[in-house]
Design a protein around this ligand. Structure first.
Ligand code: TPP
Ligand code: MG
Length: 359
């Protein structure tokens, strides 16, 4: 006997195309022109902040930085889709998500300046920036399950790169979330590269979204440079999260460097950029807004000036910050063990640094 025991498929969603045209059937009901203007402003702010952070690092005013150029659509769209009680679990590239969720810009800059104080303020509903690839995913699944266990009604949005989907942690998290029906929405930011490893070398699977099928959860692919499309799929997945997880693959492109320690000209053809420039997430929304009489040069100028001023103020605040070297002792454990306390006391005694407020 032979019978088909399983069939699977993956849908691709795009709501606004490269030319600013909209698919009315898929268009989310809670999005109006005002919301599209908000999306545009947030994506523009993310891009302005990105350019500033990169230049600060190049001037030696930041230690390192992971650029987001080209990925603003998926980050702003997914962040706006989250509800008040939801949490997100980042890797190391979600600065626009932090910004949209209200993380203070100057504290974000402190992180990239290398200070312990650039961590999450109390009450901010996210886990810490996670550099080890995909290790955030089991945390996300566990957090989501804890929310379900405690009947909080909250969900978790977790971010992972295309490279991260090759890690065991990614599969373990998806498997756990599937079995436990944890309210987790996992977003794969498929930006075509994992440092110098292209998507084609990452997996033989035709889509990364289909990895959901093996975990027995919902999976969907979306144009990651379509802010409204991403907003829609994340919102839909969150609306269903109490019934179980969803895996979303956003198709986007890392237009800049992996980090400021990277030089992509060493491993990728610069000609790759042109088609992605045409698919720019900000450009298409501006085309839509201009076509519909919602945006013009004067509004653009006013917005850009306001954003640059806010960024300059945040930079000034971050650069005036006086670090407390004692924080490198205090943040290692939840309490300070005796051995560390001895070192701390010795350092204070040596006069190596001044206690804050002692100047
Ligand atoms: C476990 C682990 N292995 C290797 C690295 C070095 N590393 C940092 S980022 C990265 C690539 C990540 O690519 P991807 O998941 O596609 O995310 P992207 O950087 O493209 O956003 C690697 C290999 C690491 N940080 N952690
Ligand atoms: Mg990648």
């Amino acid at each position: 006997m032979k019978k088909r025991v399983f069939d699977g498929s993956i849908d691709y969603i795009q709501v606004m195309d490269e030319n600013g045209n909209i698919d009315r059937e898929l268009f989310p009901k809670d999005v109006d022109d005002q919301k599209i203007v908000q999306m545009y402003k947030l994506m523009s702010m993310a891009r302005a902040l990105d350019a500033k952070a990169l230049s600060l690092q190049r001037q030696g005013r930041a230690v390192t930085y992971a650029p987001t150029l080209g990925q603003e659509g998926e980050m702003v769209g997914s962040a706006l889709a989250m509800g008040k009680s939801d949490w997100f679990v980042p890797n190391f590239r979600q600065h626009p998500v932090f910004m949209v969720r209200g993380f203070p810009l100057d504290i974000g800059l402190l992180y990239w300046r290398g200070f312990e104080e650039g961590v999450l303020p109390k009450g901010f509903q996210a886990t810490a920036v996670c550099v080890p690839v995909a290790t955030q995913m089991p945390h996300a699944a566990g957090l989501a399950y804890a929310f379900k266990y405690r009947k909080t009604g909250a969900s978790v949005v977790a971010y992972v790169g295309d490279g991260g989907t090759s890690e065991g942690d990614f599969y373990e998290a998806l498997n756990f979330a599937g079995v436990m029906k944890a309210p987790m929405v996992a977003i794969i930011e498929n930006n075509e590269w994992a440092i110098s490893v292209p998507r084609s070398k990452q997996s033989a699977a035709q889509t990364l979204a289909q990895k959901a099928i093996a975990a027995g959860i919902a999976g969907v692919q979306v144009d990651g440079n379509d802010v409204i499309g991403v907003y829609k799929v994340v919102k839909d997945a969150l609306a269903n999260a109490q019934n179980g997880p969803t895996l979303i693959e956003v198709l986007t492109y890392r237009m800049s460097l992996h980090t400021t320690a990277d030089d992509p000209t060493k491993y990728r053809d610069t000609q790759e950029l042109a088609p992605w420039q045409a698919r720019d997430p900000i450009l298409r929304v501006r085309t839509y807004l201009t076509k519909n009489g919602l945006w013009d040069e004067a509004k653009e100028k006013e917005m850009a000036e306001g954003q640059l001023q806010a960024i300059d103020e945040a930079v000034e605040k971050a650069e005036q910050f006086k670090p407390d070297p004692g924080s490198m002792f205090r943040h290692v454990y939840s309490f300070m063990p005796q051995t560390l306390k001895d070192e701390f006391d010795a350092a204070v005694k040596s006069g190596y640094w001044q206690q804050p407020g002692s100047e």
